[in-house]
Design a protein around this ligand. Structure first.
Ligand code: AMP
Ligand code: MG
Length: 427
């Protein structure tokens, strides 16, 4: 007898999310590879990156002006003798040996401050005549000079493994001379759309058929989350073929199914997964869109790489059975599948982050479910405003494409007044 999923495994949004995070925390990526720095953006760093020397390596002027001893500017205006001009990139031999009392040196942003100088006066407050500079404004010691090593000491860790490389991280790697970086191999994520009514996008749909959008939206989400999508052929609502395709999908590091799951009864997808000895962690979540949502893992004895911990741990592959309605598929991926994928990609865990925006128009809804409704965030500068994108329910892809965020409504809210600050999940 095949195991059957517990029909009562319906969780609140928070419980389901925590459960997914707990499982994700135990997952490890498949392997590492060396990539060129120029190709590294968006990849997950698999090694620490350290400062190869003090940053800055010399006391660096942050303004164009005059390097001075701040104490010389106690009486204003001050007249100082200019003993040289220091450009960025000068040889150490061209930097004055020492600035004595009553002396200044012209200096450019990025140039080394000479010994003895403790501040740089901006050129705007100075006037120069020959070898004399007159300074009209006082300054505190330390101003406009970054001391050597103040940003980082040689050997200090600047980037930690598990971070996704963005442009700032790439800048750090470049600044310490790393032309190549070790990153984690991207997880392979099988994507399986199901449904007799669903046809390939190259085929002409019959009158009661729909084109397969879920495979494509999921593939795009997988890429954005740092994985490599492996799209499978559309599975019909027929157990034999479905089982073949699910078995193929379980060869990947993670399997995403769309459609064929529904709450309260054992839909085909759950049935086939149960036959494959799946362990179900939940079969529904109290959210809209997307109530039927299945999370579990299937044991497998396929060979693993040396680390032996890819996929769902030694010998198991995680899967999500996402609801087939396209907006539900998208939202459920972001809320639940993404943390598992990110963990397989080697990313350090991170919490879902919400921002707040002012609701533009009163909102009335039913209680009982936590809602993530496609919405439009607008407003300039700090005045974030949000309004629902008018939609025809969780099949309305066009409305979702016009939206740019999800407005989050707590399950106990029936009415939210215009002007209230509400949580928003960015897309
Ligand atoms: P299901 O979860 O299988 O009951 O699917 C719910 C609804 O989602 C179906 O009636 C379809 O209209 C739609 N749907 C299912 N799969 C897809 C897909 N791959 N692409 C677009 N829409 C889909
Ligand atoms: Mg279906």
């Amino acid at each position: 007898m095949a195991a059957q999923p517990e029909p009562s495994l319906i969780l609140s949004f928070e419980d389901a999310r925590h459960l997914v995070e707990e499982h994700a925390a135990r997952l490890r990526p498949r392997g590492k590879e060396l990539v060129e720095l120029l190709d590294s953006a968006g990849q997950v760093l698999a090694e620490p990156v350290a400062a190869d020397r003090n940053l800055p390596s010399f006391p660096r002027a942050t303004r164009d002006g005059y390097a001075v001893r701040a104490a010389d500017l106690a009486q204003l205006p001050a007249r100082l003798e200019v003993i040289g001009d220091i450009k960025a990139g000068v040889a150490p031999s061209e930097v004055p040996v020492k600035l004595e009392a009553g002396q200044a040196a012209g200096i450019m942003t990025g140039a080394p401050a000479p010994p003895g100088a403790d501040a740089v006066v901006m050129v705007e407050y100075t006037s120069r005549a020959g070898n004399t500079v007159e300074i009209a404004k006082g300054i505190a010691a330390g101003d406009n000079i970054v001391p050597a090593g103040a940003e980082a000491r040689r050997g200090a860790r600047l980037l930690a493994p598990g971070m996704r490389l963005d442009y700032a991280a790439v800048a750090v790697a470049a600044s310490v001379g790393r032309s190549h970086l070790l990153v984690y191999a991207k997880p392979q994520v099988a994507v399986l759309a199901t449904g007799d009514e669903v046809v390939d996008i190259d085929a002409l749909p019959g009158p009661n058929q729909i084109r397969n959008s879920n495979t494509y939206s999921l593939a795009a989400q997988v890429v954005a989350a740092g994985g490599e999508p492996v799209p499978l052929p559309i599975a019909p609502d027929e157990p034999g073929r479905l089982r073949e395709l699910i078995t193929d999908g379980l060869e990947a590091d993670l399997l995403l199914l769309a459609g064929g799951v529904s709450m309260g009864k054992y839909d085909l997808v759950e049935q086939v997964l149960a036959e494959l000895q799946a362990e179900f962690f939940f079969t529904g979540v109290q959210i809209q869109p997307g109530r039927p949502l299945v999370f579990g893992r299937v044991p497998s004895d396929r060979d693993r790489d040396a680390s032996g911990t890819a996929g769902g741990g030694p010998g198991a592959t995680y899967f999500f059975g996402l609801p087939g309605n396209p907006v539900s598929t998208m939202v459920c991926f972001e809320l639940f599948a993404r943390p598992v994928l990110e963990a397989l990609a080697g990313m350090a865990p991170r919490k879902l982050r919400f921002l707040r925006a002012q609701l533009k128009a009163e909102l009335n809804t039913k209680t009982g479910l936590k809602r993530f409704l496609p919405a439009i965030l607008s407003g300039e500068f700090e005045q974030a405003e949000v309004e629902l994108a008018p939609w025809q329910g969780s099949g309305d892809i066009a409305a979702t494409a016009r939206a740019n965020c999800y407005l989050v409504v707590a399950p106990d809210r029936e009415r939210i007044a215009a002007g209230e600050w509400v949580p928003v999940l960015l897309r």
